[in-house]
Design a protein around this ligand. Structure first.
Ligand SMILES: NC(=O)c1ccc[n+]([C@@H]2O[C@H](COP(=O)([O-])OP(=O)(O)OC[C@H]3O[C@@H](n4cnc5c(N)ncnc54)[C@H](O)[C@@H]3O)[C@@H](O)[C@H]2O)c1
Length: 281
């Protein structure tokens, strides 16, 4: 494997916001962007672990900002963006990675999988608020700064299509399908602005605390799989790439990045999939 990012097209000095930064894939992405020289604004509900992340990265106030934030609240997201811009003078990259599983919608005493009529309505709403509204709020406020600069990156983590449609995943699947569709629209509305919107999924169950203990295993995908494709998308190497959905497990680090990107991506969402012999979608 060779490094596909040159120092000229790397991330040095660029300001990146990563949500869900203390655990699983968000943590891997945060560490990778920081390693490549980005100034990191780390967003998570877990304030104590944000401090630990700062120590782990070995960062100081000039390069790291801990932003304890519940992304399900629009005002908290606005504040996180404002604090990032005040601390670092701008905001170029946003990775929307924070998310929750079906757990909040599973009533006490029941176990996954639960049927949609058994889900707890308040938990169902909470899942939409974190997985779907949260990325919208973060992007809504961050994109103004990117547009003012004529350059920016929005990278949204959704999930595999079969997970969106699987039994037992009614609330989670709906939340990620909403983010997937939203991402497709955002990419179109930003086209030609210098700000891109792309989606990245790992490509299957990934070994993070998100999974119930019985599914955790070294033999499934590991969160590190996200690092090369997200680093490339965050960099100027991906200029002109907009509205694509990347499956991280198919990223081939042994070939040049333009080819690797083409091989592991398709248009966001289900564009082109729903045409029935000549009828409109
Ligand atoms: N693990 C998988 O198998 C898998 C597969 C496909 C997609 N995903 C998606 O990948 C993303 C990352 O998941 P992961 O597996 O790394 O999970 P994880 O549980 O390890 O990390 C999720 C992070 O989000 C944070 N978070 C939760 N609610 C929040 C809120 N309201 N505000 C701010 N932060 C909040 C958590 O504190 C945690 O740090 C999620 O969006 C998930 O839906 C996961």
């Amino acid at each position: 494997m060779h490094d596909q990012l040159t120092p000229e097209t790397g991330l040095k000095g660029r300001v990146a916001v990563v949500t869900g930064a203390v655990s699983g894939m968000g943590r891997v992405i945060a560490l990778e962007l920081a390693r490549r020289g980005a100034k990191l604004a780390a967003v998570d509900v877990d304030a104590a672990r944000l401090e630990r992340l700062k120590e782990e990265i070995g960062a100081n106030e000039a390069t790291f900002l801990a932003l304890p934030t519940d992304i399900s609240h629009a005002d908290d997201c606005r504040r996180a963006v404002e604090r990032t811009v005040a601390a670092f003078g701008g905001l170029a990259i946003l990775v929307n990675c924070a998310g929750v599983s079906m757990d909040p919608a599973i009533p006490a005493g029941k176990q996954h999988p639960v049927k949609f009529w058994e889900t707890d309505p308040a938990g169902w709403e909470r899942i939409q608020a974190i997985n779907s509204a949260g990325p919208y709020y973060m992007t809504r406020f961050a994109v103004e700064h990117m547009l003012a600069n004529g350059w920016g990156r929005i990278i949204n983590v959704t999930t595999s299509f079969d997970t969106m449609l699987a039994r037992g995943m009614s609330a989670y699947g709906a939340s990620k399908a909403a983010l997937e569709a939203g991402s497709a629209v955002w990419a179109k509305e930003l086209d030609g602005s210098g700000v891109s919107v792309n989606v990245v999924v790992p490509g299957g169950m990934t070994n993070t605390p998100f999974l119930p203990e019985e599914f955790r295993s070294p033999s499934i995908l590991q969160p590190e799989i996200m690092a090369p494709v997200v680093a490339w998308l965050a960099s100027p190497e991906s200029n002109g790439v907009n509205g694509r959905r990347f499956i991280a497990k198919f990223w081939d680090a042994s070939i040049n990045s333009t080819e690797a990107a083409a091989k592991c991506s398709a248009p966001i969402a289900w564009e082109g999939e729903a045409v029935i012999a000549g009828r409109s979608k």
